[in-house]
Design a binder for this molecule. Structure first.
Ligand code: PRP
Length: 206
């Protein structure tokens, strides 16, 4: 059975729909319940619904053979997996945002709130900018509003969260989208089914 890690939520459902349409459907996937595992022994697949930020961990450690994960998570974790395909969905940008009236003082250490500690270090490291990172796990936009930090580094999709919290984007530095990934051992030993999925997913991409 091929274990497929899907991010819980809209992106995971979208990819499940594609896989279901090419023959990898699972009974009960859309039933309203708290189940986290769905399997179809006839189709040879088992879906694992995991927190989006954990998909790469499951795949790297071979708890899942393949998965769908945001490029932001791959960059942040540096997971040792094969990145097989850009699905061109779940698109967003990695951005820096600050209060609408913010003016940077380049003589001071920049205080940055983010979930993406490694991406942030890398970004400012390239500019030789001194920063202090405050790691948060969500609702990052609150940090500059409360004066906890000067700016945030976060993903922006529609821009609604930024606008509704009176922040402005000061920099966009990385396009993000969902990727189809595989465990390196699985790619070798389950190559037939993974290659078939890869081909079919590729055909669906516009
Ligand atoms: C993400 C991100 C932003 C928001 C961006 O948060 O951290 O807050 O989405 O989307 P938008 O540009 O379309 O408004 P998420 O919803 O994952 O919640 P979180 O605050 O718990 O991280």
């Amino acid at each position: 059975m091929l274990n497929i890690a899907l991010p819980k939520g809209r992106l995971g459902d979208q990819v499940y729909d594609i896989l279901a349409s090419i023959g990898y459907d699972c009974p009960g996937y859309y039933e309203q319940n708290r189940k986290l595992v769905f399997e179809s022994p006839e189709k040879g697949v088992r879906y694992l619904l995991v927190k989006p930020s954990d998909v790469a961990i499951y795949v790297e450690h071979h708890a899942a053979d393949v998965g769908i994960v945001g490029k932001d998570i791959l960059l942040e974790t540096g997971a040792d997996v094969y990145e097989l395909l850009d699905l061109k969905i779940g698109k967003c940008r990695m951005a820096v945002a600050a209060p609408e009236d913010y003016v940077e003082d380049t003589d001071r250490t920049l205080r940055v709130a983010t979930k993406y500690v490694n991406i942030t270090k890398d970004h400012y490291g390239r500019k030789n900018r001194d920063i202090e990172i405050i790691k948060l796990n969500g609702s990052i936009e609150l940090a500059p509003i409360l004066g906890l930090t000067d700016v945030i580094v976060d993903i922006v999709e529609t821009g609604n969260t930024i606008r509704e919290n009176h922040l402005k984007i000061t920099e966009e530095f990385r396009d993000i989208s969902a990727r189809f990934i595989a465990n390196k051992t699985s790619f070798k030993f389950e190559n037939e089914i993974i290659s078939h999925m890869l081909k079919k997913l590729g055909e669906q991409i516009k």
